[in-house]
Design a protein around this ligand. Structure first.
Ligand code: HEC
Ligand code: HEC
Ligand code: HEC
Length: 423
């Protein structure tokens, strides 16, 4: 028998579903879908999701010179997340660096780059976060920054000094592919937040292509990894890479010559692998348009390394350590195995100005994960437990100067410094 009570419940349920339906109807599913793609391109996940946590529920700590800042919950939860945010509130945070309460955000949130995102893309991102992300009632964490540094008003001054004006549209261009690449690299991709050197106020020295060639010319080490030069320099930049190679690297994390490692692995896994081939090629095209940042260094003249190693004439500093620990995978000619073990000869990472990443990968090892486009994973063991500081210094010096490579030597003190960071 149907009681009044059940009838009431049913009608309430029907009413509920009608109003939800009406709401859903006002949401443009294409905007939501575009927004999801843009959230990938902007890699919002990288910072706003804690290890093992709910997607976008925040909690990941980001190191700054004054203490850790925690990315916030950006799910549509009304209490802990951004459920109550209007499009304007969302825009203020993402492009202008201003919280809903009017205070300023730490630039650990890359709003100086997101300032380049168009009005349309901001609206689509908003549609996605509000309608397709699952609300999570995860409370936010306060930054581990002691008072008085924790006061937010100086951040407003930072913003006035360093944050660029917000552009509402994508600039018109006679070369749409190049313009698209520029838009993605400088804007949502925020590549410069790692790959551009920073100034005295921790601001990126350039937020777009500049006459001094600072944009994407290589950042300082962050958590033990160096986001290196991506400009046209042939020895340590992308001068020797083709557009197709760059696009393939962003898609699969590997090329015939190199493999992604360190913090760039997450960029490929969470963001770049999900872009379209056209967008990855546009990014590659734009990177290839950036001229070299300096003159090429003289070759080290040690190009007979391959012959010496093959005959096990291991006189050079570090050569013995290389033969015993590395040669099985990276080979005597330093060419590795295409798409499996990266080449070290002629490798733009190995030739990089700052050797921190190389010391780091030799100590800690590396893991090249598979993804939807390249399913096989490969790993390199860590050598921290079996090689001394001097041996690591020697073997890194060896790979930086062997086979005609042009890197500078590293010292045992450099290795000791890296070891003591615990990364
Ligand atoms: C490199 C790390 C990083 C990335 C990438 C990032 N964020 Fe953030 N975001 C942060 C941090 C850290 C904060 C908190 C800063 C603070 O407390 O001052 C923040 C704050 C925010 C806020 C403000 C929330 C509030 O409390 O008002 C919003 C909204 C936001 N991010 C959205 C996004 C979106 C959308 C994307 C992708 C397009 C994104 N973020 C990508 C680090 C990041
Ligand atoms: C979180 C920091 C971070 C961000 C953001 C980042 N990168 Fe990187 N990137 C790195 C690090 C660290 C390396 C060095 C490790 C490697 O080569 O895999 C690197 C290496 C690269 C390389 C290989 C260079 C070489 O010579 O081997 C390319 C290409 C690249 N990044 C492109 C990009 C692009 C394009 C973006 C923006 C869409 C981007 N990166 C954003 C950290 C970052
Ligand atoms: C078991 C095979 C193996 C051995 C042994 C090995 N490596 Fe690797 N190496 C790899 C793999 C796989 C990667 C890619 C790791 C990644 O993407 O995170 C790599 C990456 C590297 C890189 C980064 C280059 C790039 O473009 O990605 C350097 C530098 C390097 N190895 C140096 C060494 C040195 C020096 C030794 C010896 C002390 C060594 N490796 C021993 C397999 C190996």
């Amino acid at each position: 028998m149907i009681t009044l009570n059940t009838l009431l419940k049913w009608s309430a349920l029907c009413l509920g579903s009608i109003s939800l339906h009406a709401m859903a109807a006002s949401v443009d599913p294409q905007a939501v879908q575009r927004g999801e793609y843009l959230a990938r391109a902007g890699d919002c996940m990288a910072c706003h999701t804690a290890k093992g946590g709910e997607p976008y529920a925040g909690g990941l700590g980001l190191e700054t010179p004054i203490g850790a800042v925690y990315a916030t919950n950006i799910t549509p939860d009304p209490v802990h997340g951004i459920g109550e945010y209007t499009l304007e509130d969302f825009d203020k945070a993402v492009r202008h660096g201003i919280r809903r309460d009017g205070s300023s955000l730490y630039p650990a949130m890359p709003f100086p780059s997101y300032a380049k995102v168009s009005d349309q893309d901001i609206a689509d991102l908003y549609a996605y976060f509000m309608n397709a992300v699952k609300p999570a009632a995860t409370p936010n964490r306060d930054a581990d920054i002691p008072w008085p540094l924790s006061m937010r008003w100086p951040l407003a001054i930072w913003r006035w000094t360093f944050a660029p004006a917000v552009a509402s549209t994508v600039p018109a261009s006679s070369d749409p592919q190049l313009a698209r690449g520029q838009y993605l690299v400088e804007g949502l991709g925020h590549c410069g937040s790692c790959h551009t050197p920073r100034g005295i106020g921790m601001q990126e020295k350039a937020l777009s292509a500049d006459a001094q060639g600072q944009f994407l010319s290589g950042g300082a080490p962050l958590e033990g990894w160096v986001a290196k030069n991506l400009r046209g320099d042939t020895h340590d930049g992308l001068g020797a890479w083709s557009e197709a190679e760059i696009a393939q690297f962003l898609k699969t994390g590997r090329t015939d010559r190199t493999a992604v490692f360190g913090s760039m692995t997450d960029v490929v896994q969470h963001s770049m692998q999900y872009l379209t081939d056209e967008d990855r090629l546009a990014i590659a095209r734009y990177l290839k348009s950036l001229p070299a940042s300096g003159p090429a260094p003289a070759a080290s003249g040690a190009s007979d390394t391959a012959k010496q190693m093959a005959s096990l004439n291991v006189q050079a500093v570090g050569a013995r350590t290389y033969a015993d620990n590395c040669m099985a995978c990276h080979r005597s000619d330093g060419k590795g195995y295409a798409q499996v073990f990266p080449a070290l000869a002629g490798n733009s990472v190995v030739n990089g100005k700052d050797a921190t990443s190389l010391i780091h990968i030799v100590l800690a090892g590396g893991y090249l994960p598979g993804n939807q486009h390249a399913p096989t994973a490969f790993a390199m063991p860590g050598f921290a437990w079996r090689l001394s500081d001097q041996e690591v210094a020697d073997v890194v010096t060896f790979i930086r100067t062997g086979w005609g490579n042009t890197g500078t030597p590293v010292s045992a003190a450099d290795v000791q410094a890296q070891r003591s960071t615990g990364h």
